[in-house]
Design a protein around this ligand. Structure first.
Ligand code: WQD
Length: 349
């Protein structure tokens, strides 16, 4: 019997890649999304890539009645919760929308799980919870802080899950202990790249906030040139340094986390990063090589809120999940370019 896993935000960038990874790992998948930040076309691509009909329902995770129906119709044994807004800059101008959607959605999903006795939960967290790193590489016991509402929603999400786990260790009324919540908080570093088929990939709405999709759109001719935000950081070439991780490696990390939740007791919080770091100009050079296109750029002032450098110590994920990244920057750029060049206007061409 293959356990059924519910993916929220299922037609989004990371979730759609995770959908395929979970099927490959022997899980059945049910997807839910409201298409507020993704395209229904992703379902057609998943049907093609998995050679089976995606089991999917359109709903907003904040809709309690819709979530009730979902849990009644499907034998859900675990949830991977991706559904959330994720743009740092936008979160500073729309804090209420971010708290309502990111925290409200998390509470909606956990409430439905509690009512249906489902207690295995994988949470899409972010390296943004480390704020301005004091030491690098970042270990999971580094100090946590948030410099924007988006980061706060990830910090609060992790705290909600810690409280849920602690509550189960306390005898409930009448002394019976509830089945303990088992959670995996996965702190993503910088997800980039695309499925090797080129049929799914990152398709941000409007002008991309993040580096690689912006570079991809310059390479394919949709945008004229990249703005390099700051070349005066205390880094080797003066530009920002990050731990880019291939989205397929990241998806496999979710499969490894679920295997652990089904095979062992307890909860985990781990970094999903490579432990290697690259500058903005490293990425530009690697993308130019992968695409054969010149990537025009101009240096602009630093972006408010940006940090100089951030990369993971990936040891704990290897020890607790038996997972580590496999794909390098060249492969991240090659796979991103294949997706972008095959889908110059994204999913809704
Ligand atoms: C990377 C580097 C920029 C765009 C954010 C969130 C994080 C996660 C990933 C959600 C930085 C530089 C970027 C551009 C540039 N999101 N840059 N020109 O800021 O590390 O992380 O996205 O989970 O939570 O904080 O990613 O790709 O925006 O920036 O020079 O047009 O590229 O200054 O050094 P970031 P990014």
């Amino acid at each position: 019997m293959k356990p059924t896993v519910l993916l929220t935000g299922a037609t989004g960038y990371i979730a759609s890649h995770t959908w395929l990874a979970l099927q490959g790992a022997g899980f059945d998948v049910v997807g839910v999304d409201d298409f507020s930040n993704s395209s229904p076309e992703v379902l057609n691509r998943l049907r093609e890539l998995s050679d089976r009909e995606p089991v999917f329902e359109r709903a907003n995770v904040c809709d309690e009645a819709a979530m009730e129906g979902l849990f009644r119709r499907h034998p859900i044994a675990a949830v991977v919760h991706f559904a959330a807004f994720k743009a740092v800059g936008e979160s500073t101008t729309r804090p209420l929308a971010y708290y309502a959607n990111n925290i409200g959605g998390l509470l909606g999903v956990c409430g439905a799980m509690q009512r249906h006795g489902v207690k295995r939960f994988v949470f899409s967290s972010s390296a943004t919870v480390y704020g301005q790193p004091e030491r690098l590489p970042l270990r999971e016991d580094a100090p946590l802080s948030a410099t924007n509402p988006y980061g706060q929603t990830k910090l609060m999400g992790e705290q909600i899950l810690r409280d849920l786990g602690a509550a189960d260790s306390v005898a409930t009324e009448g002394g019976a202990r509830g089945a303990a919540w088992q959670t995996a908080c996965l702190r993503y570093f910088n997800p980039v790249g695309a499925h090797a088929s080129g049929r799914i990939g990152e398709d941000p709405r409007g002008v991309p906030n993040n580096l690689m999709p912006y570079v991809a759109q310059v390479a394919v001719g949709r945008l004229a040139r990249l703005s390099v935000y700051g070349r005066d950081y205390p880094t080797p070439d003066g530009t920002g340094v990050r731990d880019y991780i291939h989205v397929v490696d990241l998806a496999e990390g979710h499969a490894a986390a679920l295997r652990r939740l089904f095979e062992q007791a307890g909860s985990v919080t781990v970094n999903l990063g490579t432990g290697r770091s690259y500058s903005v100009l490293d990425v530009v050079a690697a993308y130019a090589k992968a695409s054969g296109r010149e990537i025009a750029y101009e240096v602009k002032p630093r972006r408010p809120g940006d940090i100089a450098a951030c990369w993971a110590d990936p040891t704990l994920a290897r020890e607790l999940l038996g997972w580590s990244s496999k794909l390098d920057l060249a492969r991240m750029c090659e796979d991103s370019w294949r997706w972008q060049s095959m889908n110059p206007k994204g999913f809704d061409a």
